[in-house]
Design a protein around this ligand. Structure first.
Ligand code: KG4
Ligand code: ZN
Length: 338
């Protein structure tokens, strides 16, 4: 059976749509990023996000169909993120997908956003199963054993903040722009990715992560260095570029160490064939290089998606929708957001 699937993603601050076909793979991958709308608030504002999705969903879907050179009628199914995410944002994508599917008598496929991230690694690569997948984004950080398409087991996850959130929050502490990840990477590169301040490596013996403690450790360290005033919540070293570089670099090295520690624990217990690194944080070239070296050292193949498939995107939703279609795993119209 051949399927042409439209994937729709609107769980957070990206309005995204993509088309995947059985014979040709990804035919289009369109996206509107709301980053600029949220930047001045230092994080995603849910109300602003859902209003923007409402404005952009139709043009983005139209663009995805146009780039793929198909029309709505050519689709077999609409795959859409229904969980997890911001309720108002999820509702826009799901309602849109349901309405189109209902009106044109197409199949509907609900996709879990995290399943999308996990299998984003498989869009461009054929990865041998089972593989361990480290998923690190602004909302989630988790480790999975991936046994097959659609079959995966959670090994551990963050008990509080996500890794991307730690970058975003530390960046905010130092009055750096949102999102924090890219700017932390840039500053760290300027001082050669050294560990200046030796922040604590949390939960070393567990497969769970904790990044809220790391953010607090950075905060207290800044207070100790007289660089941050707790009472007024102000960064006091606005002009001290070296300090910002050293904090960014120490933070990034620390997160790299934590990722490697977890993967080492997994490799001890599970006979995996490969290691995959996905999610917005996987855009980070330093972390990609470290995990690639780590994998080589442990004689495992290493896979990470192109940056466009690391951050939130419609392609990963269309891809998951496609293998669900192959297995005839349709959703009914009672599907709701979670
Ligand atoms: O996957 P994503 O686009 O959205 C969520 O599902 O959360 O991930 C966004 C996160 C943000 O926290 C951002 O700071 C982080 O990914 N990020 C990075 C980099 N680019 C984006 N973190 C580290 N280094 C980067 N280059
Ligand atoms: Zn995501």
């Amino acid at each position: 059976m051949n399927y042409t699937i439209l994937g729709i993603e609107s769980s957070c601050d990206e309005t995204a749509a993509a088309v995947f076909s059985t014979n040709k793979g990804i035919l289009s991958n369109e996206l509107f990023s709301q980053t600029a709308l949220h930047a001045r608030f230092g994080g995603v504002v849910p109300e602003v996000a859902s209003r923007s999705h409402l404005e952009k969903i139709r043009p983005i879907v139209t663009a995805a169909l146009y780039k793929a050179q198909i029309e709505l009628g050519d689709l077999d199914a609409l795959a859409v993120t229904y969980t997890p995410g911001l309720p108002g944002s999820l509702l826009v994508g799901l309602s849109f997908a349901k309405a189109v599917a209902y009106a044109l008598d197409k199949k509907l496929i609900g996709v879990n956003h995290l399943e999308g991230h996990i299998f984003s690694a498989c869009i461009e690569h054929t990865i041998p199963f089972p593989f361990v997948c480290i998923t690190a984004s602004g909302g989630h950080t988790a480790l999975y054993i991936v046994e097959d398409y659609g079959r995966y087991t959670l090994l551990g996850q963050t008990l509080d903040d996500a890794a991307g959130e730690a970058f975003d929050k530390v960046a905010k502490l130092m009055h750096l722009p949102y999102p924090g990840g890219p700017v932390i990477e840039k500053l760290a590169a300027e001082v050669g990715f050294q560990d200046f301040f030796e922040y604590p490596r949390s939960t070393p013996h567990s497969l769970n992560f904790s990044f809220s403690g790391l953010k607090t450790a950075v905060l207290y360290d800044l207070v100790k260095r007289e660089a941050y005033a707790m009472e007024s919540k102000t960064f006091l070293k606005e002009d001290d570029l070296l300090l910002k570089q050293q904090v960014a670099s120490s933070l990034l090295v620390c997160v790299g160490d934590i990722f490697e520690q977890k993967l080492a624990l997994v490799l001890k217990e599970y006979p995996v064939q490969a290691i995959a690194f996905v999610g917005g944080v996987a855009c980070n070239k330093y972390l990609r290089a470290r995990l690639m070296n780590f994998s080589e050292h442990h004689k495992k193949a290493f896979f990470t998606p192109s940056p466009a498939y690391c951050t939130d995107n419609g392609a990963m939703i269309a891809f998951v929708g496609h293998y669900k279609a192959m297995k005839q795993e349709w959703s009914d119209f009672s599907l709701d957001i979670r």
